[in-house]
Design a protein around this ligand. Structure first.
Ligand code: THU
Length: 142
C-alpha cells in the first residue's frame, strides 16, 4: 500500500518533473517530457525523453527515470510525476506503463502535469489493469 505524499513532497516532485523537461533530447518530435520519481528513502530522481535518429530507438522520460533509479540501487518508490508542454496532461505510453509496473505496486501514483501546472493522478493499477508482471511467473524448481 503506497503512502500518500505530503504537500511539500508533491511540490518538490512536480517542480523537478517540470524542470526535467529542459533535459530532454527531442530534436525529432520537439515534444519535451520530464519525469521525476520520489523514492521511499526520500530521493528525487529525474528523467527526460532521449530520442534517436533511428526513431524507435528513442526512450521515454519515465523509462529513463526508472532505469536511472534502478541502477542507482533503489527498489522502493513512492510516486512519479510526468510533465509535458501540452494541455490536458499527457499520460504515459503503454510501454512505460509496463516498465513502471515491474517496480511498483498497483497503488503507485502517477501524477501527470500539463503546461500550466495542472495535474491529474492515476495509479499504475488504473493505467495498466489486468497486467502481466513479475509475480505471474510460476515458482522456479530448485
Ligand atoms: N514520450 C515520453 O517521454 N513519455 C511518454 O509517456 C509519451 C511519449 C516521448 C517519446 C518521444 O520522445 C516524444 O515523447 C514524442 O512521442
Amino acid at each position: 500500500m503506497a503512502s500518500s505524499l505530503s504537500p511539500q513532497e508533491l511540490h518538490t516532485l512536480s517542480s523537478k518533473a517540470v524542470a526535467a523537461k529542459s533535459l530532454a533530447y527531442c530534436p525529432y518530435s520537439n515534444f519535451r517530457v520530464g519525469a521525476c520519481i520520489l523514492t521511499t528513502s526520500g530521493e528525487y530522481i529525474q528523467g527526460a525523453n532521449v530520442e534517436n535518429a533511428s526513431y524507435p530507438v528513442g526512450t521515454c522520460a519515465e523509462r529513463v527515470a526508472f532505469g536511472t533509479a534502478i541502477v542507482a540501487g533503489h527498489k522502493d518508490f513512492k510516486a512519479i510525476a510526468v510533465a509535458t508542454d501540452i494541455s490536458p496532461p499527457a499520460s504515459p505510453c503503454g510501454m512505460c506503463r509496463q516498465f513502471m509496473k515491474e517496480f511498483t505496486a498497483p497503488s503507485f501514483p502517477v501524477y501527470m502535469y500539463d503546461k500550466d501546472g495542472n495535474h491529474f493522478v492515476r495509479t499504475i493499477g488504473e493505467l495498466l489493469p489486468n497486467s502481466f508482471g513479475p509475480d505471474d511467473f510460476p515458482p522456479t524448481k530448485t
